[in-house]
Design a protein around this ligand. Sequence first.
Ligand code: PSU
Ligand code: MN
Length: 301
Amino acid sequence: MIDISFSPEVSDAKTKNLPIVALESTIITHGMPYPQNVETARKVEATIRAAGAIPATIAVLEGRIHAGLTDEQLETLGQAQNVAKLSRADLAACVATGGTGATTVAATMICAHLAGIGVFATGGIGGVHRGAESTFDISADLKELAETPVTVVAAGAKAILDLPKTLEVLETYGVPVIAYGQDDFPAFWSRSSGMKAPLRMDTAEQIALAQKTRTAMGLPGGQLVANPIPVDAEIPAETLAPIISAALSEADAKGITGKAVTPFLLQRIFELTEGKSLAANIELVLNNARLAAAIAQSMTH
Ligand code: PSU
Ligand code: MN
């Protein structure tokens, strides 16, 4: 069995069967610039505690999977350059070779499950990239949701992706996509993508029960809970559309491919919106942390 380094707080929560929420670390190393990345990570943790659950930020440090990071570990990771971005394909190799890396949604789900944690909050999941019909660039996050029993709370997926194709692939993989409190599938910075979500739920209890039922039926995999960004933090889709197009053309012109695509686009959108995309991103992550804490509480009853 792989041994996991639990922080004292997470270890205590496990002993007492308290609700725990897992958090990813790629959002820290590749999703947001320093120092807002570390400030946000701390705020997200504080929000989860205030909502009555225990946060467990996941990362691989010198070959060990950590569930719960100290302030110092968070700061080091937030400042580090060229940290590996770990998904399902490279997680075991990183542990085996004593490496250090940040975990994506897919790798965080795997580690959370190993650590006995059933809920995970993040900003946005990876998905089917635009042009995937020629590049085949489809995030491993989607298949992970089909295989690993962790409920992931996100604000939908970003409009840098092909959202209709992302929903199609999730359906093919048999992943429940649940919009929280509305009919529409949210689009990260905007509350609606203009598409209906396949499922809608209005309470954390229903979401927790749906995951329990899925597992009880012998169905592997988790659920995607798509929680819309709060109204006052929303950026209209029309405002972002030209910025996203510009970022996509640049990525194309520069020949950015593979793992570098998502971080490149996020950074360019941050620059082109003069930081407005980041402010919205922070608010939606905090909102997801609150809902995940409520789901974690329902799961422990
Ligand atoms: N989408 C975001 N912010 C992020 C990511 C995605 O809005 O930080 C990160 C997550 O860690 C996600 C990963 O799991 O990027 C997906 O990368 P890829 O598309 O290379 O699978
Ligand atoms: Mn990819």
